[in-house]
Design a protein around this ligand. Structure first.
Ligand code: CMC
Length: 428
């Protein structure tokens, strides 16, 4: 096949750039030689048209509402798979055979404990510290405990670091919760599933046995699957950028956690539930819709809209069904779910939201489920971080093993002062 090229006409002449095909999805124009040849940069704030890497992990078609992990549709994975299986898939590229899955699950369960010294870190935080503040700190601090898995040039050390991060995130997140309510930390219990163990460490107490509810375990496992990876989003790109300098994996994941915290990204699940609570009653919805449409009001419907999905978010569909199942199992009715459903209905029939292609995203219903299970709102984004760690480490590993990998170094359109001479303070 002859190589396709794209012609670019610049003030300095015409140049040709290769058009690289992906296995599916848009081709990319390879502009790596652009600056060298033309002396010009491209300008793309927010990277809306820029592919910063090659990746074989996750594919999204935002117009069709398609999300594939290593080729498998997210709804099939959410319905038929388990979080451990998806973790293996993201890390290694194929679904595990039974023996591989058993070995992987065993390995992860053997890394769930954290160094006792790490527990003392928690005491340095205020009791009302946001769990994401704690997670930024303690995950970064893991770098100081596991020196034997920070040589990023060694694939085996990279794998051990990945296992450690996946395994320890539930322990660290549960500890953040326990610290906030003044209860003792619970050790992991390795004969429970990844998700069952997390539920126990979060909601169990040493004074009595904890029985995992399989419906809740299943729902939470599904939530973890739905959050496991999402292509080159802000936090994943942050992990890649941090990792591109050769930083150790624990520090890189801490950087990803910091980025995820923002309300435009992972923090939206917390913000969405707070918004639904604030709306409080179906009768108040029109006023909030009006605010969301008002150009002079910074208010946005949290849990609505997505940079990539312009049709629907396939994760939101599964999430909505899961919300119904969890509330039924718990025998709960939640006025917040009624508000959510009605808000979705009204917004999806409103010209503003239709024209701007704004649909509920993954965070719209996840908060309702997590709230019903008993997680306080502040924990929502920490749960997102726990699940996304799998995607982060898979993407980080892919980047480190990519021969085309370079330190990330965006350029800029400089619009500041041109060169001028320094004037001493008395003469200004
Ligand atoms: N409510 C009201 N208007 C909105 C909303 C919203 N939630 N989202 C976008 N718009 C409007 C926006 O005002 C803009 O209008 P105009 O063209 O008149 O200026 C237009 O839609 C396009 O918005 P944008 O901000 O340019 O789009 P973006 O691709 O940069 O932003 C987004 C995507 C997710 C940041 C944004 O939709 C948003 O802030 N949503 C609420 C926060 C949220 O739910 N985030 C979770 C995303 S999914 C999980 C994750 O990635 O972590």
């Amino acid at each position: 096949m002859t190589e396709q090229t794209v012609k670019l006409t610049t003030p300095g002449g015409d140049f040709k750039y290769p058009l690289l095909p992906g296995s599916v999805g848009p081709d990319v124009i390879d502009i790596r030689n652009l600056y060298g040849q033309t002396g010009e940069f491209t300008y793309d704030p927010g990277f809306t048209s820029t592919a910063a890497c090659q990746s074989a992990i996750t594919y999204i078609d935002g117009d069709q509402g398609i999300l594939l992990h290593r080729g498998y549709p997210i709804d099939q994975l959410a319905e038929q798979s388990s979080f451990m299986e998806v973790a293996f898939l993201l890390l290694h590229g194929d679904l595990p055979k039974k023996k591989e899955l058993d070995e992987f699950t065993y390995t992860i369960s053997r890394h769930t404990m954290v160094h006792e010294q790490l527990a003392t870190f928690y005491r340095g935080f205020r009791r009302d510290a946001h769990p994401m503040a704690i997670m930024c700190g303690v995950v970064g601090a893991l770098s100081s405990f596991y020196h034997d898995s920070t040589d990023i040039t060694d694939p085996n050390q990279r794998l051990i670091a990945s296992h450690r991060l996946i395994a320890k995130m539930p322990t660290l997140a549960a500890m953040a919760y326990k610290y906030s309510i003044g209860q003792p930390f619970l050790f992991p219990q390795n004969d429970l599933s990844y998700t069952g163990n997390f539920l126990k460490m979060t909601f169990g107490v040493p004074a009595e046995p904890y029985v995992v509810n399989p419906v809740i375990e299943n729902a939470l496992d599904k939530i973890f699957i739905l959050h496991a990876d999402h292509e080159q989003n802000a936090s994943t790109s942050t992990v890649r950028l941090a990792g591109s300098s050769g930083a150790n994996p624990f520090a890189c994941i801490a950087a990803g956690i910091a980025c995820l915290w923002g309300p435009a990204h992972g923090g939206a699940n917390e913000a969405a539930l707070n918004m639904l609570r604030e709306i409080g009653d179906v009768k108040n919805i029109p006023a909030y819709i009006a605010r969301a449409k008002d150009k002079d009001d910074p208010f946005r419907l949290m849990g609505f809209g997505h940079r990539v999905y312009k049709n629907f978010d396939p994760r939101a569909k599964v999430m909505k069904a899961t919300a119904d199942a969890v509330l039924k199992e718990l025998g709960k009715t939640d006025p917040v779910l009624d508000v959510a459903k009605e808000l979705e209905h009204i917004a999806l029939n409103d010209a503003y939201f239709i024209d701007k292609k704004l649909y509920p995203n993954v965070d719209f219903y996840s908060g309702v489920i997590l709230n019903a299970i008993g997680f306080p709102t502040e924990m929502f984004t920490a749960l997102f971080a726990l699940a996304r760690t799998v995607g982060w480490v898979a993407q980080w590993n892919e980047m480190i093993s990519d021969p085309e990998q370079k330190i990330g170094r965006p350029r800029q359109l400089y619009v500041g002062a041109t060169q001028r001479d320094y004037t001493p303070v008395g003469k200004r």
